[in-house]
Design a protein around this ligand. Structure first.
Ligand SMILES: C[S@@+](CC[C@H](N)C(=O)[O-])C[C@H]1O[C@@H](n2cnc3c(N)ncnc32)[C@H](O)[C@@H]1O
Length: 277
């Protein structure tokens, strides 16, 4: 198995279920999950993907990734298995974020309720620059759902950095004002900056702005962040910037290598900023 273990992060080229199985109960302070959604299609692609769309990293393409070609039944079963592991691993003082679209959000919601993972909030991430609908047979999908859940039952001990979040004004978010409570609709453009794409891109790469916000809300400095589906490492980078030790799993070697490049690049930035202080 390929892996990179450092003081600041650990990334394993490994199935998340296998990797999580050997972790200790109650050893994680926060988990951010961006799992396969079952959103891929094996349909034929007839559109001109050479046309430039800003922030989509050059040639955009149909999501036909094999890891995302899942039936509803497969999504339900796999969501149950990895959420059951997370329930065991995440401390009651911590919490779990789960990204989803209409393909998997219903399953994830039901599984959380079956497992007794209380839903704290359901966030609608509004993407004002969402990818256009090319078939003209559907509305343009312009949001994703993000569930925030915790493992602690009625005691509700999960960490919420309420004051930081209330104080914050997020650049470009027209729905949040400084010193006002954050609502459950987030206006975050889906495009990525050049520095997020310098080593290549991942077909479902999230902008750092989203993961940074999750860390601001529920991060625990010095704690452990688990990223079961690491992809290109976005959530691990936010964890590093926030001061959490992240543990990630990724099954695709190309994305594993990309994540390592991105995280190490960010680590060198963080270190050079620390030297300046
Ligand atoms: C939705 S993407 C995550 C993208 C990530 N948020 C980013 O910004 O790059 C899901 C990733 O999970 C990986 N994956 C799929 N099944 C997995 C599994 N069982 N264990 C670990 N990784 C898996 C896929 O290869 C894919 O890179």
């Amino acid at each position: 198995m390929k892996e990179l273990i450092k003081d600041t992060f650990e990334l394993y080229l490994q199935d998340a279920l296998e990797g999580m199985a050997v972790m200790q109960d109650n050893s994680v302070d926060l988990a951010i999950c961006d799992p396969p959604y079952g959103a891929a299609t094996s349909a034929k692609w007839n559109y001109d993907s050479s046309k430039k769309l800003n922030g989509f990293g050059g040639n955009w393409k149909l999501n036909n990734e094999e890891w995302d070609l899942l039936t509803g039944n497969e999504i339900f079963k796999s969501s149950y298995l990895w959420l059951k592991e997370l329930k065991r691993l995440v401390k009651p003082t911590g919490s779990i974020w789960i990204h989803s679209t209409y393909h998997n959000s219903g399953f994830v919601n039901v599984v959380c309720q079956i497992l007794g993972l209380e839903i704290i909030n359901e966030v609608a991430w509004y993407k004002r620059n969402a990818f256009p609908n090319l078939s003209a047979r559907r509305l343009t999908a312009s949001h994703e759902t993000i569930l925030w859940v915790h493992t602690g039952g009625d005691k509700r001990q999960y960490n919420f950095n309420y004051d930081d979040v209330k104080r914050a004004k997020f650049a470009g978010d027209n729905l949040k004002e400084a010193d006002k409570q954050l609502r459950t609709v987030w206006d975050i453009p889906n495009n990525k900056g050049k520095e997020e794409l310098i080593f290549g891109n991942h077909p479902t790469q999230k902008p750092l702005r989203v993961a940074d916000r999750l860390l601001m809300i529920s991060g625990i400095k010095g704690g452990k962040l688990l990223v079961p589906f690491a992809g290109s490492g976005t959530e691990m980078i936010s964890g590093l910037k926030y001061g959490m030790h992240s543990i990630g799993f990724e099954t695709n070697e190309e994305y594993f290598d990309l994540a390592i490049k991105r995280i190490e690049f960010e680590e060198s930035n963080v270190n050079s900023q620390l030297q300046l202080i």
